[in-house]
Design a protein around this ligand. Structure first.
Ligand SMILES: [Zn+2]
Length: 672
């Protein structure tokens, strides 16, 4: 299910903690590649040393500063969990749940012995569907297969109330482009996918596996063709279609929605449909496709959903496709990392509570809050000085800026896991099913109720940050408030260049091409004059075109429209944090401004700290995968694509027309 929050990065591994650097500049000179001229290739200059010192291991398709911090957090969380898992605890206690979940995740011998037994009953139930009339009830009750997803979230037009939302689903490769693009690479992925589906059906004891694999490709392609592309999904208006259940019944008459929602266990009189063409196509498929083929698709979704939680052979078959073919990874992650991921995924806030107690110093919160306030002030100054915006729109923008809710570290109240039963006498899969049901019940319990503004959409141990447009809030979990993002021992140049830009990035999401369509209360209400909106659109177009020109692999270009919101956020983050930095008392005396430490001025260190956040290595397969699926630009381009649009970077590094990175001042992006 997709929740529309805008994050700092799309992460492969959910993770955890930190390196304490005692350097006062925070800049690690070993990260640099001084054989390169910074004005020629800033990313290589700032990160080349890091890249050489942190080569990709077989486990990773991408490994960067972000992932390194993530790995550290993961190790810390693992330590906390292991201590618990070694002992016995009273049944029903949080420690028992965490310990048993972890131990089950680690027990591959038991899973190898159980084979496919844990999913047999679910597959049997699908086999027993004897008529199309049963489908509305079956889909409403199903936990493991769907042609669309349902989730409860704030109403985009009435952000203080929760409603049911629908979202396109039902095609395993996730992005529609994988089903329709005709380039050689995508075709080879499709061929590998069909072979993978066939092998999995065989492993699960199905007859005619090859034929079934063709059926899966055909049905998923049908759904994918009707789905919105990643660019279309970025339009909040087009993806919000509130209607009564009677109207939904008329829109998609092939489903008996009363029966469907009864089986789901909810009562409702309205819903927001995300992608109408996809849902209509799904409805038609339910009426037109042979019942046996639909059952094959449902079975496939059960198989895919279970693949990581059954035998080693099944897990490796799935890895061979998703890990190797799609991402270029050579080996799966070690078992302990997957086990920590499972505990983080099922009991995340309980783990987070232990994590912050041990690893998050309270004083970090105070310094972070001071940084956020300075950034907020700086963005306010920039808004007031925008030459292209009328006073009328500026007043609204400032109102929105000042209304932003700030969340730092961890939530004030912790989630209650009492109703989640973890019992090692059942199979691992059965426990995960219960955990999924617990999540669904939790989500559905908010239906029709006022939005809980204190809720967090990330766990505290996560190395990431987000902006949520429907609540106009920014959130920085404890996990990211560490080196190389944040360093209590380092000076302001470092902290503004690293975490400061992250803060500015999240704030700017409130004003990117999507965020700007929501008001200070998180309602999708226009607060722009027509002229100002036209001026804004013309300016974001420059950003879109600049990124469209970037060649990420031979013959493959970045998708400027898909990455637009993130690129605007990076741009705003840099502008705003740099201004906040220069307004700082420490920066003001000229002597301070010109003084070098570790060979660099404060302004230069600001940009080095920024670049170092995005240091990383990536496999060619993963470049292509992320270009299709990740709304964030690749690390290299978050530096080499973003900085040439920033005037202060030219000044700090004396970048002239001779530099291959040079862009004429009048051609540079200028938004916030
Ligand atoms: Zn972002």
């Amino acid at each position: 299910m997709r929740k529309f929050i805008f994050t700092l990065a799309a992460l492969a591994v959910m993770t955890t903690a930190c390196t304490t650097k005692q350097q006062t500049t925070g800049i690690d000179l070993a990260n640099l590649d001084t054989t390169v001229v910074p004005q020629n290739d800033f990313y290589q200059f700032a990160c080349g040393g890091w890249m050489a010192n942190n080569p990709l291991t077989p486990e990773y398709s991408r490994f960067g500063s972000f992932d390194k911090l993530g790995l550290n957090n993961l190790e810390q969380v693992n330590g906390l969990i292991q201590e618990i898992a070694e002992k016995n605890h009273p049944q029903g206690s949080i420690a028992q749940k965490i310990g048993d979940m972890y131990n089950m995740a680690m027990d591959t011998a038991r899973r190898d012995q159980e084979g496919i037994e844990p999913v047999r009953q679910t597959l049997e139930e699908i086999k027993n569907i004897s008529s199309r009339d049963e489908l509305s009830r079956v889909l409403g009750a199903a936990m493991d297969f769907q042609l669309w997803a349902m989730y409860v979230d704030a109403d985009a037009m009435n952000s203080s109330m929760n409603i049911m939302n629908e979202y396109q689903a039902g095609f395993s490769l996730g992005e529609k482009e994988y089903y329709i693009d005709e380039d050689e690479h995508t075709r080879s992925i499709r061929d590998a996918y069909v072979k993978y589906v066939e092998k999995m059906f065989s492993l699960f004891g199905f007859d005619n596996a090859a034929e079934k694999a063709q059926t899966i490709l055909r049905l998923e392609t049908r759904l994918a063709k009707a789905a919105y592309s990643n660019v279309e999904l970025r339009d909040p208006q087009a993806n919000y279609n509130k209607m009564s259940i009677a109207e939904l019944q008329e829109l998609v008459p092939q489903v008996d929605w009363k029966v469907y929602f009864e089986a789901l266990g909810v009562e409702l009189d309205s819903i927001s449909i995300g992608q109408i063409p996809h849902l209509q196509e799904a409805g038609k498929m339910l009426a037109e496709e042979p019942l046996e083929d639909l059952k094959t698709l449902f079975s496939w979704q059960v198989i895919e959903g279970a693949a990581s939680y059954l035998t080693t052979e099944i897990y490796m078959t799935s890895f061979d496709f998703y890990g190797k073919v799609l991402s270029g990874r050579e080996e799966p992650s070690p078992l302990w990392k997957r086990a920590v991921g499972i505990v983080n995924g099922t009991l995340g806030e309980a783990v987070g509570q232990m994590y912050v107690k041990k690893y998050f110093p309270e004083e970090n919160k105070a310094r972070m809050l001071a940084l956020v306030k300075n950034l907020q002030k700086a963005l306010g100054i920039r808004i007031e000085n925008l030459a292209w915006m009328s006073d009328e729109t500026k007043a609204k923008a400032l109102e929105k800026l000042n209304a932003i809710t700030i969340k730092i570290g961890y939530p004030d109240t912790w989630r209650d896991y009492t109703a989640l039963d973890i019992n090692p006498e059942d199979t691992y899969y059965a426990n995960l099913e219960r955990a999924a049901k617990f999540e669904q019940d939790y989500s559905l319990s908010f239906l029709g109720k006022p939005v809980d503004k204190t809720k967090w959409y990330m766990t505290p141990q996560t190395v990431n940050a987000y902006y949520n447009p429907s609540s106009n809030e920014i959130c920085f979990p404890a996990g990211i408030l560490q080196y190389p993002f944040f360093d209590m021992a380092a000076d302001d140049a470092f902290n503004y260049g690293a975490i400061g830009v992250v803060i500015g990035h999240e704030m700017t999401h409130g004003f990117d091409d999507q965020g700007c369509q929501f008001d200070k209360d998180g309602n999708m209400v226009n607060w722009w004059t027509a002229e100002d909106k036209a001026a804004f659109d013309a300016r974001t177009k420059v950003m879109e075109e600049a990124f469209n020109k970037i060649e990420v692999a031979p013959g493959v270009h970045a998708n400027g429209a898909f990455t637009l919101g993130e690129n605007i956020a990076d741009h705003g983050g840099l502008q705003v944090s740099y201004l906040a930095f220069t307004l700082n008392e420490e920066y003001k005396p000229e002597a301070e401004r010109l003084q070098t430490r570790d060979g660099f001025t404060p302004a230069q260190r600001f940009f080095l700290a920024y670049a170092n956040v995005w240091a990383g290595n990536i496999r060619p397969e993963e470049i292509l995968n992320r270009t299709k699926s990740d709304p964030h630009s690749l690390g290299r381009w978050r530096v080499n694509g973003a900085l040439p649009q920033i005037n202060a970077w030219y000044e700090a590094w004396n970048v002239t027309e001779e530099s291959p990175m040079y862009i004429k001042p009048e051609e540079r992006v200028s938004i916030w």
